[in-house]
Design a protein around this ligand. Structure first.
Ligand SMILES: [Zn+2]
Length: 117
């Protein structure tokens, strides 16, 4: 149910953006979601479509970009993208790694439709 609150705050953000730029609607919303963020992307898109009715986002398209998992090794200081959930540095095989990417949720861009004058 986490997705509902994410969608609510995304729409909230769009409303604020629209107000700031005197937009009449939102055209496109691009977000990045980390592969290990725990967010169900299909469910998120579904929620967005349900919630967007009667909001500034009613005609908006939600585009979700998936972010890979990035590890930072504290031994060799290399940053590596890992495709599997093995938290081991691919360079030096150290297990002393920190996840620096893959859990995020970012808003990349909000495209607006400007008010006609
Ligand atoms: Zn390493």
């Amino acid at each position: 149910m986490h997705e509902y609150s994410i969608v609510a705050s995304l729409i909230d953000l769009c409303e604020k953006e629209a107000k700031k730029h005197h937009a009449k609607a939102i055209k496109r919303l691009v977000i990045s979601v980390g592969r290990l963020s725990g967010i169900e992307i299909h469910f998120l898109e579904q929620c967005f479509d349900t919630f967007k009715e009667n909001t500034i986002c009613h005609d908006a398209t939600l585009i979700v970009e998936l972010c890979e998992v990035v590890l930072l090794c504290s031994k060799c200081h290399e940053k590596s993208v890992v495709s599997e959930n093995h938290f081991i540095c691919p360079k030096c095989h150290s297990e002393d790694v920190a996840m620096v990417g893959g859990q995020e949720l970012h808003v990349n861009s909000i495209e607006i439709i400007e008010e006609e004058r």
